[in-house]
Design a protein around this ligand. Structure first.
Ligand code: UDP
Ligand code: MG
Length: 170
């Protein structure tokens, strides 16, 4: 009886049952990564890992949006230059979903400074200097929620089921 109630619940509310696997991260290819043709390589890594793409778009971000995105760094000397660089040319923001995607995503990116990033990480493989480190990734689940809301409208987030789900999660 309890099993069948749970099964009915899972059928009608799959999001609740799979909530842990539905963590989301905001990942963005910065202008240097876009210009260098690295969008597809970056997407490939997240896709092949098993994460699900929920949203993606190419866009030119205005300076106000970028200033808001990096607001926690407003007192840093590199803040004005960082904001003008990120708003200088198209970026490719994305939302990826999956178990521990925020932490795993950061591990996949590597360290903020590419020189300290291990080979095999995105920054370790594709870039050299901190101010041209080609990619952004949310640093916590809370930050991810804020960043997703800042860059995407609710209707841009696509709700879909990965057909290989059972081969990714136990
Ligand atoms: N940044 C920079 N110089 C620095 C530190 C950071 O240009 O000395 C830039 C770099 O592009 C970095 C971004 O500011 O990715 C945001 O900094 P944060 O410390 O949040 O690093 P991240 O979370 O991107 O690894
Ligand atoms: Mg950061």
């Amino acid at each position: 009886m309890i099993i069948s109630v749970l099964a009915v619940f899972a059928y009608f509310y799959p999001d609740k049952i799979m909530a842990k696997n539905a963590e989301r991260s905001f990942i963005m290819v910065k202008p240097d990564g876009v210009q260098r043709g690295l969008i597809s390589d970056i997407m490939k890594r997240f896709e092949q890992k098993g994460f699900k793409l929920v949203a993606a778009k190419i866009m030119k971000a205005d300076n106000e949006l970028v200033k808001q995105h990096y607001i926690d760094l407003k007192d840093k000397p590199f803040y004005p230059g960082l904001c003008s660089f990120i708003s200088s040319a198209p970026v490719f923001p994305m939302v990826w979903e999956g178990l521990n995607v925020v932490k795993t995503g950061r591990d996949m990116l590597g360290e903020t400074d590419p020189a300290k990033s291990k080979p095999g990480t995105i920054r370790g493989d594709y870039c050299i200097q901190i101010g041209r480190n080609i990619i952004h990734g949310s640093d916590s689940v809370e930050t991810a929620k804020k960043e997703i809301a800042l860059w995407f409208k609710e209707e841009e987030l696509v709700d879909w089921k990965l057909s290989g789900y059972e081969n990714i999660y136990e």
